[in-house]
Each structure stands twice: as structure tokens, then as C-alpha cells.
Write a protein that binds this ligand. Structure first.
Ligand code: BES
Ligand code: ZN
Length: 630
């Protein structure tokens, strides 16, 4: 690092020089941006989508407000970007070239782009800076899919995934959730393809190879999103619809038919929907997540297309982020539970209304079981809802603890104060903090003032802090339960010991969640004959339900049920969502005998996976090699 940059970074408090105790919970340790001196208010993108070179090329114009008169530089986040030219644009329009430097690369954070502020810039006015740049094919946010990895097989496709800190690998910007800005974009594509963004998509726009977007509501950088492909639209309701390849359009319309209902219910529960339309985008299998809450346009994995609408809790989840996350945003990634835990809670409330309480309880129990598994391997200092977070990868902080423990915390508050009182609190919370970013501590203060102290003697501040800063669960945490799932667990054991036959078990009446719980509760000592009859009876190896497949193939791998290994490999090739495949590789890799087999399956499947999925699976193998047989 040059001395000049080191000096700048030290002054901006970016290079930590003190002891560990100086940890500042409000500071974003994953951004280089000098947000105390400048903040972005608006950005304008003009990008050409070059499928041959696997690059975006063009410029971004950042409209910034200067907060500190003494500031001499603007520091932005970048990763693997080639910056060609930077100019400041004066209010009259005259351009002034700027000098800039890209600092030392950090393997997680990327590199700071330090732009010197020309003396002529009018710091009273808006500071407007234009950066001409291009991305690299290795951009961590972008996946470039050849036609054979799409449903149609004829056209290429590309999509972005900016959360948590990947926006910087396709746009040089202040890549921190603490800053919100509006955006506009012009996207140039091959003329037969359609571009969509987390913005005002027009379902009727003609395909001309040039698309213009506006996002008038201020959003954090991790919600800027783009996808380009052979995409078509079908309406689901008045304000809702779905984009996908034509080959998946009918299945998507069927699967997500209740999206408009969900939106209507959510508005009644959580307050006005502030974003205009709510559309879905169903991507190819390599999309690394179940869903991503890009505003106005949730990105979804096609593995939700089970044919029976049984996996739509993911849509409920992404929709709920329109309030928790997109409207009220975590200040830093250490406050993720404010996004994900709150959203998991809202998701369960939506599922209760759209389906029924039993179904919501089943999902709560499965979440709780996953939480207990997380407590077994996540280090204790990462088990609080708001852990100290200065290093490591913000995409992988604490397993899914922030989801399920966060959900339980809100359930705990609901139980304590009663649903009606707690619902009123939530409604006001979304109103009071709309379009703001907040830390855990701001939330706790607000909770204290508006719920704990207005209704004293129920839950204390200390109790809420234990959830935030202590590992595990407090003794008085609510434990979800479901009679259907309890029964499924009993029947798993009863069948294993020959007390009942498969015909005695009401599988047909069960939700997929109950079947999942049944499979997870089979005793360790089943023999291959039993596994074979179960597989045949339920068609587990050929299931269309990706979550049942995931559950089954974890068992297949853990128990070394080799007759189903060929189907297991098909599962690994059919899906790319990290959640569906990484744990199956992990179960094979740690069963004591199949690490090499797992690696060879991965070597074959790898090129179809998203880079984020690849790195998760590599992490799984690293851990398996460190602790063989675990
Ligand atoms: N925002 C997340 C996805 C995410 C989290 C991307 C962290 C990058 C970093 C999304 O809302 C989510 O939680 N998806 C879940 C859905 C599920 C919990 C219903 C997923 O993909 O599994
Ligand atoms: Zn989420």
C-alpha cells in the first residue's frame, strides 16, 4: 500500500490501529468508503452488456453530497474493476479530469478507489463524478450463463447478486448498506434479449436492445440488481407478475399464483407497500440462493417450481423484505438479523394467513431444528444476534442463526406483549424508520421506549440484550411445536422398529415439511432394505420437491446408501442453489469414506455452479479435510 493511501485509510479510520476493544458497532468494517465525508444520493448507470467478453462496460455517474468541507478525496469500493477515466462534472456541465489510484487488494473487501478532489470543485453544490470502467469476467456479483445453462438453451443470460458486498464488483460505489441512493440506468443488450432491474420494469417494453430504468426510492447498494436474457412476462395479479424464460413461464404462473394475495395480506399487516409493482424473476438453476429481495423484482431459484406450490414461503420471505430490509435496512452486516430475522418472522406471519397456523408451525419447527444444528458448529462468539464482526466473509457470518434466532426473538416479544400490541409496534416501526438504515442498538432503544417501558414488567432491556450478545438461546425462549411434526417423528421411529407399515402413515395428507421431518427423524440403524422400501414407496430419489430431495440425499450420503448414489449425483447436477447442494457434498465428504467421490462429483458439476456456490462447496471440503469423519 502506498504511504499516501495508508495515510488516507488511517485517517478515515479504515485501517484498524488500536486494540480490539475499540470495535465500533456502527462502523461498517466491510467498506473502504469515507461515508463520513461524502454520501451518495443518486447514481446513473450507462452500461453495455457484452456477453462475448463477459463484461459490463460503460460508466456510472455518482451524485454525492459533501459532509466534510476538509475532505480531499472520495474513496469508493471496487473489486476487479478496470477504471479508465474519472471526471468531475461541474454544475454548468464542464468536465474536469481527476487523478485516482486503486489501493491494495483485500481478498474479501476488494480495493479502495481513491479519487482526488480537484481544487475547482464547488463543494457547496452536489459533487458529480463520472467513472468510465469495465467489469472483469471474474466479477463476484455477475454470472454469465452460456445458452446450455438456461432453460431454453438458445440464448445466453446474465444476472447480478450484489448482497452482501458484491455490488462493488460491477459498480464502483460506496458499497455499504448505511448509504441509500436513488438510481437510473440505461442498459444496452443484444437486441433479442430483455433487461430487467430492481427498478420500474415495464412488462410491455419493446425489445430494442436498449432499456431505461428508474428507481425513485432510495435503496442501499446491495439492492441494485440486473438480469439480461430471453425473458418474458406474465401477470399474476393487478400489481404482481413474473418474468422468466418462456419455457418456465406456465409453471411459474401456476406455482406463484398466490403472490398478489400475499402482497395484499402483507400490506394489511405491515403497512403500505412503498415500491410500486411487485414482480418475480425466475432464474436458471445456478442462481445461488432461494431468493433475493431485489426491490420491485425478487430474484428466485427455479427449484421452487415443485408443481404443488409447497415452497412459496420463499416468496413470502422475499416479499416481506419489502418492509424488513428494503424499507428499514441493517446499518452494517453485523446487524443482519434486523433484515433476515425480522423477515423470517414476517414470513411466518404471512404463511399463517395464506395457509394456516399448522403449516406455519411446521416451518417454525424446521427453522428451530436448523438453529439447533447451527449452535453445534458456529463459534459461540458468533451466536449472538449482533456479533462482533470485523473480518471474515459477511456472506457467511453465523450460518442461519440470524434468521431463526431472530425470528424466535420477535416471537418472544409477540408472546410477551400479545399479538395485537406487537403488531401495532411493528407497524409504527416500519413507518418511523422507512427508508432508513439502523443498527441493532437503535432498534433496542426504540424497542425499549415504545414497547418495553410503555408496558413495564413483561420483558426487560437486559433480557433483550441477552438475545443480542449471548450465545445459544435464553432459558425462556419460545420453542416452536407442531403436533403434525411430532406425530411424523413418532411414526418414523415406529416404522423403523416394525410397529407400523408405510401404508399406515398418512403421507398423502402431509405437507412436504412433515415428510421432511419424518425423514430427518429416522433412527440411525435403518438397514438398506428399509431405505429401499421407503425410497420406492415415496419416490424420494425422483422427487420434484427440492427440499425433500435435499433432506433425502443428506440421509443417503450420511448412511452411505449406495444404491441411490446415482440419483444423488443427479440432484447435485439438477440444482445450483447453495442450500440444496453444499450440505449434500458435505454429508458425503464427512461420512468417512466418500470424500474423494464427493470431490469427483463436484469436479464434474462445478462449471454449472455460480461462483458463490463454488466457494461455499470448497469451504465445505476444506472443513471436511480438517475434521475427517465429523
Ligand atoms: N437476502 C437473502 C439472501 C442473501 C443473504 C444473499 C445474505 C446474500 C447474503 C434472502 O432474502 C434469503 O434469505 N434467502 C433465503 C430464503 C429463505 C430463508 C426463505 C435463501 O436463499 O435460502
Ligand atoms: Zn432474507
Amino acid at each position: 500500500m502506498s504511504r499516501r493511501i495508508l495515510l488516507i485509510l488511517t485517517m478515515a479510520g479504515i485501517v484498524s490501529c488500536g486494540s480490539k476493544d475499540e470495535y465500533d458497532p456502527a462502523h461498517d468494517y466491510f467498506s473502504f468508503a469515507n461515508t463520513g465525508q461524502f454520501i451518495t444520493r443518486h447514481i446513473a448507470l450507462d452500461l453495455e452488456v457484452d456477453f462475448r467478453a463477459e463484461k459490463l462496460r460503460g460508466n456510472v455517474v455518482l451524485h454525492m453530497k459533501m459532509l466534510d468541507e476538509s475532505a480531499g478525496e472520495i474513496i469508493l469500493d471496487t473489486r476487479d474493476l478496470t477504471v479508465e477515466r474519472i471526471i468531475f462534472i461541474a454544475p454548468g456541465g464542464s468536465p474536469e479530469p481527476a487523478t485516482f489510484e486503486i489501493g491494495e487488494v483485500d481478498s474479501i473487501k476488494g480495493a479502495p478507489l481513491v479519487i482526488a478532489l480537484p481544487a475547482s470543485v464547488d463543494t457547496q453544490a452536489e459533487v458529480v463524478v463520472r467513472i468510465d470502467y469495465e467489469t472483469s469476467p471474474g466479477s463476484t456479483a455477475l454470472q454469465w450463463l452460456p445458452p446450455e445453462l438456461t432453460a431454453g438453451g438458445k440464448h445466453p443470460m446474465m444476472f447480478s447478486q450484489s448482497q452482501a458486498i458484491h455490488a462493488r464488483s460491477w459498480i464502483p460505489l460506496q458499497d455499504t448498506p448505511a448509504v441509500r441512493f436513488t438510481y437510473e440506468a440505461t442498459i444496452h443488450t443484444p437486441s433479442e434479449l430483455l433487461a430487467v432491474m430492481s427498478a420500474n420494469n415495464d412488462p410491455l417494453v419493446p425489445r430494442r436492445g436498449e432499456y431505461h430504468f428508474e428507481m425513485p426510492q432510495p435503496i442501499p447498494s446491495y439492492l441494485v440488481a440486473l438480469a439480461v436474457g430471453n425473458l418474458y412476462f406474465a401477470p399474476l395479479g393487478e400489481d404482481t407478475g413474473v418474468y422468466t424464460e418462456p419455457e418456465l413461464l406456465d409453471a411459474s404462473v401456476y406455482e406463484f399464483a398466490n403472490t398478489q394475495d400475499m402482497l395484499d395480506v402483507a400490506v394489511k399487516q405491515f403497512g403500505p407497500y412503498q415500491w410500486g409493482r411487485y414482480d418475480l424473476l425466475v432464474l436458471p438453476p445456478s442462481f445461488p440462493y432461494g431468493g433475493m429481495e431485489n426491490p420491485r423484482l425478487s430474484f428466485l431459484t427455479p427449484s421452487l417450481l415443485a408443481g404443488d406450490r409447497s415452497l412459496v414461503s420463499v416468496v413470502a420471505h422475499e416479499l416481506a423484505h419489502s418492509w424488513s430490509g428494503n424499507l428499514v435496512t441493517n446499518a452494517t452486516w453485523r446487524d443482519s438479523w434486523l433484515n433476515e430475522g425480522m423477515t423470517s418472522y414476517l414470513e411466518s406471519r404471512l404463511m399463517e394467513i395464506i395457509y394456516d397456523e399448522n403449516r406455519a408451525d411446521e416451518e417454525r419447527v424446521l427453522g428451530y431444528k436448523e438453529l439447533l444444528q447451527n449452535f453445534e458448529y458456529v463459534p459461540v462468539e458468533r451466536q449472538g444476534l449482533a456479533p462482533r464482526l470485523e473480518s471474515g466473509d459477511p456472506d457467511d457470518v453465523q450460518g442461519t442463526i440470524h434468521y431463526h434466532k431472530g425470528q424466535l426473538f420477535l416471537q418472544y416479544l409477540e408472546n410477551g406483549f400479545g399479538r395485537e400490541r406487537f403488531d401495532r409496534f411493528l407497524l409504527r416501526y416500519f413507518e418511523d424508520f422507512a427508508f432508513q438504515t439502523i443498527t441493532t442498538e437503535v432498534f433496542l432503544d426504540y424497542l425499549d421506549a415504545n414497547l418495553l417501558r410503555s408496558d413495564p414488567g413483561i420483558i426487560t432491556r437486559e433480557q433483550t440484550e441477552a438475545w443480542m450478545y449471548q450465545p445459544g438461546l435464553p432459558d425462556d425462549a419460545p420453542i416452536p411445536s407442531s403436533t403434525t411434526l411430532d406425530r411424523a417423528a413418532e411414526l418414523a421411529v415406529a416404522w423403523a422398529i416394525g410397529e407400523v407399515t408405510l401404508d399406515d402413515i398418512p403421507f398423502a395428507a402431509w405437507s412436504p415439511q412433515a415428510t421432511i421431518h419424518f425423514i430427518n427423524n429416522l433412527p440411525d440403524d435403518l438397514d438398506d432394505k428399509q431405505l429401499e422400501s421407503l425410497d420406492k414407496y415415496l419416490g424420494l430419489s425422483d422427487t420434484r420437491n427440492a427440499e425433500i430431495g435435499r433432506t433425502w440425499f443428506i440421509q443417503v450420503a450420511t448412511r452411505r446408501y449406495e444404491p441411490a448414489y446415482a440419483k444423488l449425483e443427479e440432484h447435485l447436477n439438477r440444482y445450483g442453489r447453495t442450500r440444496l447442494v453444499a450440505v449434500v457434498y458435505g454429508s458425503l465428504a464427512t461420512n468417512g469414506q466418500d470424500l474423494a467421490l464427493a470431490k469427483s462429483m463436484f469436479a464434474k458439476a462445478r462449471s454449472a455452479y455460480h461462483p458463490l456456490t463454488v466457494s461455499s462447496i470448497e469451504g465445505v471440503f476444506r472443513r471436511a479435510e480438517a475434521e475427517p469423519g465429523e
